[in-house]
Design a protein. Structure first.
Length: 100
């Protein structure tokens, strides 16, 4: 079920659950970016990423789609890519799927 949630800074749509991870599509200044809720099974953030900039289990992270084998295509380096501010906003404001 698609449902658009409008908030002050970003609007987002829950698009489903893939491999146990809730997925949403977020409008970031007119650009649609996918985010997922990390389980933490993929390990820690890249070496050298400062603690306060890391995205951990239970937090939202951007991704760019799926590989042909189903793996998530994630940013290189920091799991936040260029979307740390959006990820932090989602952590605080996104209504969890099933709690609308």
């Amino acid at each position: 079920m698609w449902q658009t949630i409008l908030k002050q800074e970003y609007s987002y749509e829950w698009v489903g659950i893939v491999d146990g991870r809730p997925i949403m599509l977020v409008d970031v200044e007119g650009e649609k970016i996918l985010f997922y809720l990390r389980t933490g099974s993929g390990g820690a953030d890249a070496e050298g990423v400062e603690e306060e900039n890391q995205i951990k289990a239970g937090q939202f992270a951007p991704f760019y789609g799926f590989r042909h084998d189903g793996w998530f295509i994630k940013p290189q380096g920091s799991r936040a890519g260029n979307y740390l501010k959006v990820a932090r906003w989602l952590d605080k404001n996104a209504t969890r799927i099933g709690q609308e």
